[in-house]
Ligand binder design. Sequence first.
Ligand SMILES: [Zn+2]
Length: 178
Amino acid sequence: MAVETTPLLDPYRFCPRCGSERFVGNNAQSKRCLSCGLEYYVNPRAAVVALITDEAGNILVCRRAKEPAQGTLDLPGGFTDLNETAEEAVAREVLEETSLTVTRCRYLFSLQNRYLYSGVVIPTMDLFFACEVADFSPLSAHDDVAAVRFLPRAEIKPELFGLASVRKGIARILEENF
Ligand SMILES: [Zn+2]
């Protein structure tokens, strides 16, 4: 008997293992294949966000080059790859997007998000890290970042950040003075 599942599973109509159409609700977060028995869960994907501050406490802010939320403000970050830790992922994303090398990072907090990618809503678990950088001289914008600069905390408005979790995260960073 089919049960009600999260709409996040709606785009997945066929069993990803055997291709059967007999792919039905199993519980709120999973579907089950009646042909081969596969149980397929939808879980948040891990993503990382970097808080980088200079000696004066200004925060490194990016402008998004691509959709979703193209042109809005953002913090460096992205999805974790296979076979890397969250700490490795945040250092890799910071290097790819800003050319800066992270020397140390410290976990701050996590926030859930929904991210529209290639027409599918992907649930994410965004892990925020405070990252230390020894040398800011290589700073430049690359990858999915159009521009990057340090902004004084007093000039940062959370509503200018396009991604919901980063908007909430930057508000919390300012509020709690991380
Ligand atoms: Zn199957």
